[in-house]
Ligand binder design. Structure first.
Ligand SMILES: [Zn+2]
Length: 354
């Protein structure tokens, strides 16, 4: 891999590159060593603080079509039991899918999308607070355990990569994918490449005002603490005493706002205004013509997109307002992103000198 800061290069138009025929790492699973006549598949993992979403994926029916998911599983990450247990959970999620490969398919690679501060070039999770992973060389760990090429990336950048190749960002060489869910983060796509900034690019949700609500990042008053989907629900609960059972997420805040709850309205409007400010700040620096909005919050549809568009415009003067588009891959963006990373790793391993 070349040095530099853009970790994941891809053409603006999805490619249909022929897959490598040889299997440099013969697998104990999944058929003959040569793999002749077998359809290639990859294992894609979207690792979260609570669950690991895993999928066995094969190429779509035609070039540019989303990958076809053959088998899908969700298992607990078991983060509370410590890093050894959660890493073991990742490895057993991979093995479980290798045991479920249907006849006629052969697993060629693995893709991992992980949260936190992630150095894609090095294959290392620098710091994932929710998982208690620090300086974890996860790509190598999985490569050693499986003998397969392993693609590796940040969950939001992987989601952005999937949206760029297969979803709402297709055909837009310069854009951002902003994920608003548990946190707020963006994948910045410039000239068709995801810019990672050594793992720190696009962390929009952090950095706030002194004296605000403490944030897991160590700061306080960060946008994530009140403008993410999780932050909205938490702020509403703090102000009203509602339980997490009553208001588990932003959907309930929106429903209450629509029903005339003044506190819910204030929480929702404040969050959307802040999101608009964050998007506008990115546009001010990068002049992005398109911003894809993803993550759990986008399920609110026009209730989010219409006021967010107005908020973005209100924070811009000389800059043309970006076109805001909802993400297409939804909560599967991370899984599709992991599969894109896996296919890239498979293709790269075929190019390596013997
Ligand atoms: Zn923060």
């Amino acid at each position: 891999m070349r040095s530099g800061e853009a970790q994941v290069a891809f053409p603006a138009v999805p490619e249909s590159a022929p897959l490598p025929r040889s299997s440099s790492s013969p697998s104990a699973h999944g058929g003959s060593a040569a793999g002749a006549g077998l359809r290639p598949a990859v294992i894609a993992l979207d690792v979260g603080g609570t669950d690991i979403k895993s999928a066995l994926v094969t190429r779509g029916a035609h070039p540019g079509a989303p990958d076809e998911i053959l088998v899908e599983r969700v298992v607990p990450t078991r983060a509370a039991q410590g890093p050894e247990v959660s890493v073991a959970a990742v490895l057993s999620a991979v093995e479980a899918l290798r045991d479920e490969v249907p006849a006629g398919y052969q697993v060629r690679g693995v893709g991992l999308a992980v949260p936190g501060v992630v150095d894609e070039d090095a294959g290392v999770v620098l710091n994932a607070e929710n998982l208690d992973w620090v300086d974890l060389p996860l790509r190598q760990v999985v490569a050693d355990a499986t003998g397969l090429p392993v693609g590796f990336g940040h969950d939001v950048r992987a989601g952005g990569l999937a949206e760029a190749r297969l979803g709402a960002g297709r055909g837009e060489p310069d854009h951002a994918y902003v994920s608003v869910g548990t946190g707020i983060a963006a994948a910045i796509v410039l000239r068709g490449e995801v810019y990672a900034g050594r793992g720190f690019a696009g962390e929009l949700g952090h950095g706030g005002v002194r004296g605000g609500t403490p944030c897991p990042c160590g700061g306080s008053g960060c946008a994530e603490t009140y403008a993410s989907a999780a932050g909205m629900a938490r702020s509403y609960r703090e102000r009203t005493g509602a339980s997490a059972l009553e208001v588990p997420g932003s959907a309930e805040v929106l429903a209450r706002a629509a029903a005339g709850d003044a506190v819910a309205r204030e929480v929702w409007d404040r969050a959307v205004d802040r999101l608009g400010e964050l998007v506008a700040a990115m546009v001010r620096v990068l002049a992005l013509p398109v911003v894809v909005i993803g993550g759990g919050l986008v399920r609110a549809g026009d209730d989010l997109m219409v006021p967010l568009d107005a908020a973005v415009r209100s924070y811009l003067t000389i800059h043309p307002a970006p076109r805001l588009v909802p993400a297409l891959l939804g909560s599967a963006a991370g899984t599709y992103g992991a599969s894109v990373l896996a296919w890239d790793a498979v293709a790269a391993s075929a190019l390596e000198p013997m």
